[in-house]
Ligand binder design. Structure first.
Ligand code: SF4
Length: 78
């Protein structure tokens, strides 16, 4: 598994708890999403989460619910 993209992660060194909010509400996820929106490796991060079925946390700027939606859409178009 190639995770070299992590070296350029905007979240590197930040409190990981930011990326594991208590709920998936927009307000709870807002801080993490704001960091992700500036991240140069957002796409590989998201693909990593999708490929590994990450069930928790914000990855690539998306909550688990948002990632599940992408998986469903990709299944439909596959
Ligand atoms: S997209 Fe977000 S969670 Fe992923 S590496 Fe970047 S800052 Fe971290």
């Amino acid at each position: 598994m190639n995770v070299s993209w992590r070296k350029r992660a905007a979240c590197d060194g930040l409190n990981p708890e930011i990326f594991y909010p208590a709920s998936e509400d927009e307000s709870a996820a807002a801080e993490a999403k704001a960091v992700c929106s500036t991240c140069p490796v957002r796409q590989p991060c998201l693909e990593h989460a999708l490929g590994n079925r990450e069930r928790e946390g914000i990855w690539g700027g998306m909550t688990e619910r948002e990632r599940r939606r992408i998986v469903r859409q990709r299944r439909k178009t596959a």
